[in-house]
Design a protein around this ligand. Structure first.
Ligand code: GLC
Ligand code: GLC
Length: 811
């Protein structure tokens, strides 16, 4: 069952009922100011950091769901309704939500009144804008009232949701003209306030929730809206809000328009006040002035469109499969931008209060984002590297606002250092900017202790090389990519963090997965060394890699697949002899991507085992058989009921690893099959089962052991976005950036007979048409570059900036 449709021309997903299986959201904003917005107008805003600079409140597990947001109440006689249906849930005559790239348009119609709410964050400003167009489509004159409403958050979302003895006394606002200023804590240590404004004077306002909603009222029935209108309340403590009242008279066919904004303003310390106790409003007034009229909104919306056109033009596909095109050209890349911006911080499943930016997460996000804005990827790489410790290990997470590592989680996740190499390698392949390697970057954010980025990479590599266990496989530490395989944790008390309890390191527990990573990204590090003329370091590196590759094939191989790990007692995890958890997906993907066992046959066997044992119709599950009991020596993975999350859920993130691995063996049919099973556009028809947005990936789909097989959770913020983009754009369609140029090596299904990729790469535009007249899966027979035979392998050289390069590839 579907709840809408893709409008590919406008690059929108159009939702035609407010009763989606879950709120289906969009992300507005792409650098400083962000808003999450659902299809019914729910959501929240923050500036840079969803924990430390939260502008509006959101109650994640509220009932009914998704009540807080950017709602408009329309009062038409005695009837009250919202164009987005929530929170009154008054039945509408017409409802539609269009989620586009960086904007959302919600339309509601009721009894001859049509209201269109257009919401977006302008490209270069710290505010959310909302243009509201009201039309009388009936044949009688109408007097309606309109009330916008937002509830402020007292900045630190964690404190806001827990420290009520303080919060209920600190709230402060100011009202001036058509604006409401939220200035809690501005009198003391903050230099920022929020402002909600309209581009016209309201008839009334409220800033106290008790007065507008009522102590025992609800957003579904605000007392002011259902009763005698706004009361002019000024909040002192309790819950500050911004609500306004407008009276609108419309003759038949007539339209009126209002513009609302929610802005974030910072003032310099010596410019905080206009007069004692009165905030300096100058920058807010300037902000309001910028968006006074409808033309300014049109201009900003056009700029936003142009911004996205430019971003998406770096990789575009033309092919016969409309679902594939919309994933590649629009939604997968869009999600890559969102994951790059948010890491795993703020969504409808990630509260924004826990983790900030993840070290491994953000490194992987770069793989899917770097081609869009390499300059921002560069900056991010340097920020991440600055949270690395001198010994090469790293903080697992850091706060986006401070860019400092979070000590409560600390370090000890032994895959982290290698992901830094992956990110830098992707950046170098995209840009060729070797100068980044000479940047001086702190360790542990300490400006007194800096080294070049190249030296950071060396320490990343050395960290793993010097932390090998009894089988000469890498020690796992607190966990590797799988945060829930906690082999040194032994937690027996509820509430303990599986990731931070127990010693950060044991001398026995080893990870075959990190072994694969070490071979793969160690190899990339060696290539980088060579490109800098460091051949001795490259050889030393390759020597270490050889040793680990042998260890993986010796003690990491189980006979039909790669083992997962050795636990703290030296017992195999992920082997045939185990009673549960016999085979895991991660080492099969990673070891084959690293080329381990490709020539000697283990790789093909491992992938066959994946297909036989882990495949389901909705994707590949993480492991089998699912763990049915909690096992102290394995940790969180066994805490989940069978079929959920890391315990045999379809963890979408590592499905594309199998796609990449299959492509290494030239299995185009299988690679494409795996790709398609989890790609959201192909799941649109089963939205009632899948439940999350059909335009983005979710972290997890319940596996075959779960009672809710096929149901997805945790949409949007997942490394799946970056990795599936890598898997489809590079592994399947075969357009791969390398250190020396653009490689073309498709690995496709036999019935894909022709496609064209337009790839902007290092300033040139490559128009690559792949023709497959004989229905092959892989192998390039001939390449023509600008009409002439290209006989120099399949790596196209870097062309001068501005060149247009016509490439025809025959398979
Ligand atoms: C979550 C984490 C990611 C981890 C994965 C598997 O998605 O963000 O870092 O690799 O779970 O546990
Ligand atoms: C839990 C989740 C895992 C996530 C981790 C983040 O362990 O199961 O997916 O990566 O939390 O800390």
């Amino acid at each position: 069952m579907k709840y809408g449709f893709f409008d590919d021309i406008r690059r929108e997903y159009v939702i035609d009922t407010p009763r989606t299986p879950l709120p289906w959201i969009n992300y507005l904003g792409s650098e400083g100011f962000f808003t999450l917005l659902s299809n019914t107008g729910g959501g929240y805003s923050f500036y840079r950091d969803a924990r430390l600079r939260r502008l509006t409140r959101y109650r994640y597990n509220n009932c009914p769901l998704d009540q807080e947001g950017f709602h408009l109440y329309i009062k038409d006689g005695e009837m009250v309704w919202n164009p987005g249906w929530q929170p009154t849930q008054t039945e509408l005559d017409f409802y539609q939500c269009r989620h586009g790239l960086g904007y959302t348009v919600i339309t509601g119609k009721k009894s001859g009144i049509s209201v269109v709410q257009e919401l977006f964050v302008p490209e270069k400003d710290n505010c959310l804008l909302m243009r509201v167009t009201i039309e009388n489509t009936g044949n009688e004159g109408k007097n309606i009232m309109l009330f916008p409403y937002v509830e402020f958050c007292l900045w630190d979302a964690m404190e806001d949701g827990s420290n009520f003895q303080r919060n209920y006394s600190t709230g402060e606002v100011e009202v001036s003209g058509s604006a409401i200023y939220h200035k809690t804590e501005y009198r003391e240590r903050r230099n920022h306030y929020a402002v909600f404004w309209a581009n016209r004077e309201p008839e009334g306002f409220d800033t106290s929730r008790e007065r507008f909603i009522g102590v025992y009222g609800s957003p579904a029935r605000p007392e002011a809206v259902f009763g005698d209108g706004c009361t002019g309340s000024i909040a002192h403590g309790w819950q500050p809000i911004a609500a306004q009242e407008f009276h609108i008279h419309l003759t038949p066919g007539k339209t009126d328009q209002l513009i609302f904004g929610l802005g974030y303003i910072e003032n310099a310390e010596d410019e905080k006040w206009e007069s004692p106790g009165i905030v300096n409003k100058r920058p807010a007034l300037q902000m309001m002035e910028r968006y006074r009229n409808s033309e300014s909104i049109d201009r900003e919306l056009a700029a936003l469109k142009a911004y996205w056109n430019a971003l998406l033009s770096h990789y575009t596909l033309r092919c016969a499969d409309e679902k594939l095109s919309r994933m590649v050209n629009i939604w997968n890349q869009y999600q890559c931008m969102v994951t790059f911006n948010m890491s795993r911080s703020a969504s409808y499943f990630e509260s924004g209060m826990g983790r900030g930016m993840g070290f491994r997460d953000s490194c992987q996000d770069i793989l899917g984002f770097v081609h869009m804005i390499p300059g921002r990827a560069r900056e991010r790489i340097l920020d991440i590297a600055a949270t690395q410790f001198p010994d090469g290990s790293a903080y697992h997470q850091y706060q986006p606002l401070t860019k400092k590592g979070n000590s409560d989680i600390g370090s000890g996740f032994n895959d982290d250092p290698l992901w830094l190499i992956a990110a830098v390698d992707a950046y170098l392949r995209e840009t060729g900017d070797l100068k980044i390697l000479d940047e001086a970057v702190p360790f542990d954010n300490n400006e007194q202790n800096k080294a070049t980025l190249m030296e950071h990479l060396r320490r990343s590599f050395r960290y793993t090389a010097s932390h090998l266990g009894p089988h000469r496989l890498p020690l796992i530490g607190r966990a590797d990519w799988n945060d829930c395989l906690n082999l040194n944790c032994f937690s027996a008390h509820p509430g303990e963090s599986f990731q931070t309890s127990g010693p950060s390191e044991g001398a026995v527990a080893e990870s075959v997965f990190i072994g694969g990573m070490f071979v793969l990204y160690g190899g990339r590090y060696a290539d980088i060394c060579r490109s800098r003329g460091l051949s001795e370091e490259a050889e030393k590196t390759e020597e270490c890699i050889r040793e680990v590759r042998e260890a993986v094939l010796r003690d990491g191989w189980d006979g039909e697949w790669f083992r997962r790990a050795y636990d703290a007692f030296g017992q195999v995890v992920g082997g045939k002899a185990c009673s549960e958890g016999q085979i895991f997906i991660e080492p099969q993907g990673m070891c084959v991507m690293a080329g381990i066992g490709v020539e000697s046959g283990e790789a093909a066997k491992a992938l066959r085992s994946v297909e036989e044992r882990l495949d389901t119709k909705y994707g590949i599950v993480l492991l089998q058989p699912a763990y049915t009991q909690y096992r102290l020596e394995l940790g969180e993975i066994t805490s989940y009921p069978p079929g959920y999350k890391e315990n045999a859920g379809i963890f979408c993130h590592n499905n594309p690893w199998i796609v990449c691995a299959e492509s290494i063996l030239g299995h185009g049919e299988r690679a494409y099959q795996v790709y398609r099973r989890t790609a959201p556009a192909y799941l649109e028809d089963i939205s009632d089962i899948h439940r999350t947005e059909p335009y983005v990936y979710s972290q997890m789909i319940a596996g075959k052991d779960a009672p809710t097989f096929g149901e997805a959770k945790n949409s949007w913020l997942t490394g799946t976005a970056a990795w599936t983009f890598v898997s489809i754009s590079q592994a399947i369609l075969g357009i791969k950036p390398t250190l020396n140029g653009l490689k073309v090596s498709p690995c496709i299904p036999k019935n894909m007979i022709e496609y064209t990729v337009t790839r902007k790469y290092r300033g040139a535009v490559y128009l690559v048409t792949v023709q497959n007249p004989e229905g092959k899966e892989t192998g390039v027979k001939e390449i023509l570059v600008n009409g002439e035979a290209f006989s120099d392998g399949n790596i196209l050289p870097v062309f001068p900036e501005g060149s247009i390069v016509n490439v025809t590839v025959t398979m």
